[in-house]
Design a binder for this molecule. Structure first.
Ligand SMILES: Nc1ncnc2c1ncn2[C@@H]1O[C@H](COP(=O)(O)OP(=O)(O)O)[C@@H](O)[C@H]1O
Ligand SMILES: [Mg+2]
Length: 350
């Protein structure tokens, strides 16, 4: 039998067009050569035929030429509000299978405000917030300082720096104005969460009633939830211990990544359960990573969900969490692929 043909879809750092006024961290979320090579090697280790492809403006023509059986998608998208949904939308139009979440979920998860509204609707814990479309908007009386200011639709710490925590009106207005002007989008202002920071990665999909898990890697719900990873930036100085864009992009090995996190079993279980609920609340598929902080009372609060979590073979959070549990990079990547193949009935299962 011929091996399945897999198109590996990405947006590499060197290939993304930048606007004249792009902020300095504009390329932060795009893919490095190391990630693209790592994924190719991992997919090939499964015996598949792998064709790497940029998810760029020529993508519609290119993918029709390649005619893959399935795509492994990590495209962040080139531009626009819902850019992570552009490549999935083209694939849907052409009827080509692909890994990870679909169009609507990719659009929602990039938008932290839309995500928080859906989580709130599902009764999940989020920080109180307000969206600022212009900087002089009156501050909601239910919010009190300190507050945290971030772009509503970015990732990889973009727009997050040592001025993100604001303690008075003047610095709030200034940071909101900077976000709106630099990132051309509303600013999301949230209650500042002073507690420890965690992230939880998972692979899988909800099983139908009576359906057996695909293997003993998965629990009875259909998920494999990796151990909780704590990100500790306290030793890096900075008053508010924020995981900034600078740390994420320039110095990703600087924080302490503790996995399994040194927390009691009850908190670990609570974080893992919340991660699955957060995943299901916005209709995720195959893989995601959910970020949390603890509030002043030590209760977990959902920050955001990454429906295309970084898959750098060395330092991406979900990769470290898998490794901590003895799951090598190649196995993690192949599980994501197999979840998608199973959904599209490409795995030979009835
Ligand atoms: N409300 C908040 N209170 C305190 N710190 C926050 C808050 N929101 C975000 N942060 C900090 O900023 C970092 C990035 O925020 P996050 O919402 O996860 O966006 P990104 O998509 O950039 O990862 C977090 O990892 C955390 O350190
Ligand atoms: Mg995050």
């Amino acid at each position: 039998m011929k091996p399945l043909r897999i198109a590996l879809l990405y947006n590499s750092k060197g290939h993304v067009p930048l606007a004249m006024d792009a902020p300095e961290d504009a390329l932060a979320e795009y893919d490095s050569e190391e990630t693209i090579q790592g994924l190719q090697d991992a997919l090939r280790s499964g015996g598949y035929d792998v064709i790497p492809l940029e998810g760029d403006e020529g993508f519609l023509d290119a993918i029709r030429q390649v005619q893959p059986d399935i795509c492994f998608n990590i495209c962040e998208g080139l531009r626009g509000d819902s850019r992570e949904s552009h490549v999935p939308a083209i694939l849907e139009m052409l009827g080509i299978p692909y890994t990870a979440s679909r169009v609507l979920t990719q659009a929602i998860s990039l938008d932290k405000v839309a995500t928080k509204r859906l989580w709130r609707d599902s009764g999940l814990p989020i920080a109180p917030f307000q969206v600022f479309t212009y900087s002089e908007q009156p501050l909601d009386s239910r919010l009190s300082f300190p507050l945290f200011v971030k772009p509503s639709r970015e990732g990889t710490g973009m727009g997050i720096n040592d001025r993100s925590v604001v303690r008075d009106e003047a610095s709030l207005r200034e940071q909101v104005r900077w976000i709106i002007n630099s990132y051309h989008q509303p600013a999301l202002v949230e209650a500042f969460l002073p507690g420890r920071e965690f992230t939880v990665g998972l692979v899988g999909n909800a099983l139908r009633p009576g359906e057996a898990p695909p293997s003993d890697f998965y629990d009875a719900r259909g998920y494999h939830v990796f151990p909780v990873l704590e990100i500790d930036v306290r030793h890096l100085g900075g008053v508010d211990q924020v995981y900034t864009s600078h740390i994420k992009s320039v110095d990703p090995l600087a924080p302490k990544y503790l996995c399994p996190a040194p927390i009691d079993d009850a908190l670990a279980e609570q974080l893992q359960t919340l991660a699955v609920q957060a995943f299901e609340a916005i209709g995720c598929l195959d893989v995601a990573r959910v970020d949390f902080k603890l509030d002043a009372q030590g209760q977990p609060v959902l920050l955001e969900i990454n429906t295309l979590p970084g898959l750098n073979p060395t330092y991406s959070d979900i990769v470290m969490a898998a490794r901590a549990e003895g799951v090598p990079y190649n196995a993690l990547v192949l599980e994501v692929l197999r979840q998608a193949m199973r959904r599209y009935r490409l795995d030979g299962a009835a």
